[in-house]
Structures are given as structure tokens and as C-alpha cells.
Design a protein around this ligand. Structure first.
Ligand SMILES: Nc1ncnc2c1ncn2[C@@H]1O[C@H](COP(=O)(O)OP(=O)(O)OP(=O)(O)O)[C@@H](O)[C@H]1O
Length: 549
């Protein structure tokens, strides 16, 4: 998997360095512990007894420097990995096919971006765990060295308490999963509330139901679970904290009484146990973190598998260029396409045996009832979908999957659910000095509507639906591609503009050499086409040369 490869590549290169740094720092910490213990017990240090404050300062300064280098390194590594992950997701998304994107769904993309943050912390988590582990081993060895039986008693008691804590925490995990499911449902209802606010205002029953039976019901259950889990969690944390006092109690009372441990060793044990508290806490918090990492890896592999087809090399220059050899004709030969929908495995919609030739300069209308497959045909035509069977060619040339962009460069399109971007990603010259742009604005009768900010070269987007469609068409025409595909473009236009569009605009564009393919229900204007193709149940059922009105 790509993400794991990035992680391993980045991490492996620095692993030895940070492991050595980690071991060195842990040894310094161990040295500090021994230093404190020998000082408390009044013993003399071997070799350096006359320089105690210097030894102490040297250990602290080295440890501080080591921690600083280690942490700075980890911050850099984590951010580099995060950057590479995000980059990888965005690049993959950009190069994926539209069909894969549709199948994946937006939510999974947002989740994947969030999941990368979890994965990026793997080196940090691993290294913290490693450091904690080394300190724990040092402390345990030290306890056993000071008193083997005492050490065994303390370590066994600690192990029992840690296991008890982990088992109780696992019970809470299941509740947290329930909470997450409720949260997802809650976001879905909130989405309905926000996107359907108008509709909710219009329907009293709808309005009441979404609040009482969905939102509030969800929140009541969520509140109950949240209170219960928080109390259990709190109890568990208290148990965890107070478990240390049990260990202190065992050290202070059980060890001297049953194992005749002297006060000096008891003190050493107490200090060492205090020292152990931090690393043990780190190791325990590793359990939920490793679960989160496991879930993130699983979800990212689904993401990786679902975006299977990578179209073209990233930023390949030949894909940016419009097709220089011009457009003469395009041809569908026995093209089949099926929507494989998991929720409807037995009845997926199919476009069947599409055979069609479209010549340069045609004005082709695509008609048919709702659900007959017109838009699906539009997606195949513009190269957003690839046929399952058969072939689509331009000027006799077929295009491989990795040449999808090259094929799409023949078409500009305005789809029914067209999206107007907030930024000028096309680098259009949107200034009043651009005559081509101003002509199109005039053609679309937008001179008094569009406000062009000459400094930012941005256009006001506070437009009506019909106006937004007109602006989208202006942008599509500015692309200067030979074939224009529009899907129910005129549906939002007022009757007089619709008439003007079909009788004059299409004609003007056609005279300028545009091949136009319009998916439309406007049968009053079929006479404006050079050919009308009718779809029914996914097949072309008729092809007519319309009568002149
Ligand atoms: N993303 C999709 N996944 C699965 N099935 C789909 C998808 N999009 C459309 N369909 C199915 O394909 C069929 C044809 O849809 P399409 O949008 O091509 O029809 P249309 O002729 O453009 O209809 P309309 O005139 O209502 O816009 C429909 O029955 C629809 O259920």
C-alpha cells in the first residue's frame, strides 16, 4: 500500500538514528535515577564523588539536548510524512477516474485525509513507546538488582493492576464505538437540516419529526451513553491512579514486614516506582492509539483499492495541450456501459450497443424520457466514463485509459449539476479588455449582470440559477475546445432567452465551427438541430433529421 510505503521509506532512513538517540536518552534518564537514589541513600558515587553537582548538571544538560534533538527530529519527520500522505491522496484523487470517484463518495475522501494524520504519528508513537520501554526495562532491572524478591513482588503486583485496567478499558471501547455510530447518524440528520432547511420550513410534520424522532432522540441516547462511559472512564482513571498507591503501600508495608527490606531499599524502590509511572502511562495509552492506527490503515487501504485507475502521468505536458490536429468526427462502436451498484446488484442500469457517428459541425440533440440514459451517454461521450465493451474513437483514433485527458481535451461541457469554481483555475483573462470574453458576455446577455473585479479578475457569483448556467457556458466556450456538450442547459432559462438560445446562440456557435451536442427535453426547438437522437431504456431507439419549422 502506498501510504505504508511512504511511511516505511521515510521512517526506515532515520530509524537507526532515532533509536540510538532514544536509547542514549533513556540511559541518561536511568543514570539520573541512580544518581538521585545514591544521593538519597547517602552513598558515594564511583569515580566522580567529588564532582556530584557537575555530574548532575552534565546528565541534565545532555538529556535536555538529546530530548530537544529527538523531538525536533520527530516534529520534522511527522510533518514531512503528513505532507507526503496528503499530497499522495490529492494526486491520486486528481488522477482517478470519475466513476471511481463517484463510487468512493465524498465522506470517504474526508475520512482518508483525517486518517493520514493518525498514520503520520506512527513514528512518534513508536519512538515514545520504545523510549518508555527502555526506561521501564532499566527501572525493572534496577529493582531486581536492588532486591530480587522485592522486585518480583512489586512487578507482579504492577502487572496484575495494569491487566485489570486494560480489561476494564476494553469494555469502554465498545461503548465508544456505539457513540461514534450515533455521531455519524447525527451528522446525517444535521446535513438534512442544513441542506433541506427550506423544505423543513414548508412542512410542519417534517419539521417536527426531524427534531423529535431523529435529532433529539439521537442526542438523548448519545447523552445517556456519554454520561455512562464518562463515569466508567473516570472510575477507571481513578482506579489507575490509586493503583500506584497500592504499589506504594506494598513497597512501604509488605516488603519490610514479609521480606525484611530495610528503609534504604524501600526509599530506592519508592523513587524508582515514581520514575516508572510516566513510561507505564505511555505504554497504556498506546493501546487505543494502536487501535486507531489499525482502523486508519484499514480505511486507507479501502481508499487505495477503490481508486484503482490512475489516468495519465501527473502534470504530463502533452495532456495539458489541446488536440492540435483538430476534430473531424467521433464514433461509438458497439459501446456498452453498466452501473454496478452494490445496493441494487440485480438491476443495474445499462447503456447497450450504442453505435453512433458524430461529424464536425453537427448540432446534435439527445432526447428521451427520464432515466433513459442521456446523461450517462453524456459522461461516456465526454470521457468521464469508460465503456465496458466496444470503443469510442475521435478521428479514427481510440484512447487508452491513461490517455483519458487527451480524449477529454476535445470537449467542453456544462452538466446539469454544473459547479462554478470560486477561483479562476483556468487562467482565463477575465478582464474587459479581453474582446473574446466580452463578446461571450454579450452573447449571453450578461453585460448588465456580471461584475468583473479588474484587480482580482474575479466575477461576482451572486447570480440566479439561470445566470450561473449562462456564466458556466461562457467559461466552457472560453476553453476553445472543438466539441461543446450541454446537458439540459436551457432548463433554467426564461422562455424568451431559451428561444434566443436555441434559434440564435447555437447557430452562431455552430457557424464558428463548434460541434454541439445538447441533451434536451425542449421538443419545441428540435427543429434547431441537424439531427435528433432518442434514447429509451439505455438504447438509441430513433435517429431523425428534424423538420424545419
Ligand atoms: N451514479 C449512478 N450509479 C448507479 N446508477 C445510476 C447512476 N447515475 C444514474 N444511474 C441510473 O442510470 C439510469 C439513467 O440515468 P441518466 O441520468 O443517464 O438518465 P437521464 O436520461 O439523463 O434522465 P433525466 O432526463 O431524468 O436526467 C437511471 O435509471 C439511474 O438510476
Amino acid at each position: 500500500m502506498n501510504f505504508l510505503n511512504i511511511l516505511l521509506r521515510k521512517f526506515r532512513a532515520s530509524l537507526i538514528f532515532i533509536l540510538l538517540l532514544g536509547i542514549f536518552n533513556s540511559l541518561l534518564n536511568g543514570g539520573l535515577l541512580i544518581f538521585i537514589n545514591t544521593t538519597i541513600s547517602g552513598k558515594s558515587l564511583p569515580f566522580f564523588n567529588n564532582y556530584r553537582w557537575m555530574v548532575f548538571t552534565a546528565i541534565i544538560v545532555s538529556s535536555l539536548l538529546c530530548a530537544r534533538i529527538f523531538q525536533t527530529y520527530m516534529i520534522r519527520l511527522t510533518n514531512n510524512i503528513l505532507f507526503d500522505f496528503e499530497n499522495d491522496i490529492l494526486r491520486k484523487l486528481r488522477q482517478s477516474s470519475y466513476r471511481d470517484f463517484e463510487n468512493l463518495g465524498k465522506e470517504k475522501i474526508y475520512t482518508a485525509i483525517n486518517d493520514t494524520k493518525t498514520l503520520a504519528h506512527i513514528p512518534e508513537v513508536f519512538m515514545n513507546a520504545f523510549n518508555a520501554f527502555v526506561v521501564m526495562i532499566c527501572c525493572c532491572a534496577y529493582l531486581l538488582f536492588m532486591s530480587f524478591t522485592g522486585g518480583i513482588v512489586v512487578l507482579l503486583s504492577m502487572a496484575a493492576l495494569v491487566i485489570f485496567y486494560i480489561v476494564r478499558n476494553n469494555g469502554i471501547e465498545a461503548e465508544l464505538n456505539k457513540q461514534r455510530d450515533l455521531q455519524n447518524a447525527y451528522y446525517k440528520y444535521i446535513n438534512d437540516l442544513l441542506l433541506g432547511f427550506k423544505e423543513l420550513k414548508m412542512g410542519a410534520v417534517r419539521n417536527l419529526n426531524i427534531f423529535n424522532h431523529f435529532l433529539i432522540k439521537n442526542r438523548i441516547i448519545a447523552k445517556k451513553i456519554s454520561v455512562e462511559t464518562s463515569i466508567r472512564y473516570n472510575d477507571n482513571e481513578l482506579t489507575g491512579t490509586y493503583s500506584w498507591y497500592v504499589i506504594f503501600g506494598i513497597t512501604m508495608f509488605v516488603l519490610p514486614f514479609f521480606f525484611s527490606m530495610d528503609i534504604e531499599k524501600v526509599t530506592v524502590f519508592l523513587v524508582t516506582i515514581l520514575y516508572l509511572m510516566g513510561p507505564v502511562a505511555i505504554m497504556i495509552t498506546l493501546i487505543p492509539t494502536s487501535t486507531a492506527i489499525k482502523i486508519a490503515i484499514e480505511r486507507l487501504s479501502v481508499f487505495d483499492q477503490q481508486l484503482r485507475f490512475i489516468e495519465g502521468r501527473d502534470g504530463a505536458e502533452e495532456l495539458m495541450d489541446h488536440n492540435k490536429d483538430g476534430f473531424d468526427h467521433l464514433e461509438f462502436k458497439n459501446v456498452d456501459f453498466t452501473y454496478y451498484d452494490n445496493s441494487l446488484p440485480d438491476r443495474p442500469f445499462q447503456l447497450k450497443s450504442i453505435n453512433l457517428r458524430i461529424n464536425r459541425g453537427e448540432v446534435l440533440f439527445i432526447t428521451g424520457g427520464n432515466g433513459s440514459g442521456k446523461s450517462t451517454f453524456g459522461y461516456l461521450l465526454t470521457g468521464l466514463y469508460q465503456p465496458d465493451e466496444g470503443e469510442i474513437s475521435v478521428n479514427g483514433r481510440t484512447f487508452g485509459r491513461e490517455e483519458g485527458q487527451l480524449y477529454r481535451n476535445y470537449f467542453s461541457a456544462v452538466f446539469t449539476d454544473n459547479y462554478l469554481f470560486g477561483e479562476n483555475y483556468d487562467n482565463f483573462d477575465l478582464s474587459s479588455s479581453n474582446t473574446e470574453f466580452m463578446e461571450l458576455v454579450k452573447l449571453m446577455k450578461m453585460e448588465n449582470v456580471l461584475h468583473i473585479d479588474e484587480t482580482t479578475r474575479k466575477i461576482t457569483t451572486n447570480l440566479s440559477k439561470g445566470q450561473r448556467k449562462r456564466l458556466a457556458l461562457i467559461y466552457a466556450l472560453l476553453e476553445n475546445k472543438p466539441v461543446l456538450v450541454i446537458d439540459e442547459w436551457a432548463a433554467e432559462q426564461d422562455p424568451s432567452f431559451r428561444q434566443y438560445f436555441y434559434t440564435e446562440v447555437l447557430d452562431k456557435l455552430n457557424r464558428r465551427g463548434k460541434t454541439i451536442i445538447a441533451i434536451t427535453h425542449d421538443d419545441d426547438y428540435y427543429y434547431c438541430a441537424s439531427r435528433v437522437i432518442k434514447f429509451n431504456y439505455g438504447s438509441i431507439v430513433s435517429e431523425e433529421l428534424p423538420l424545419v419549422k
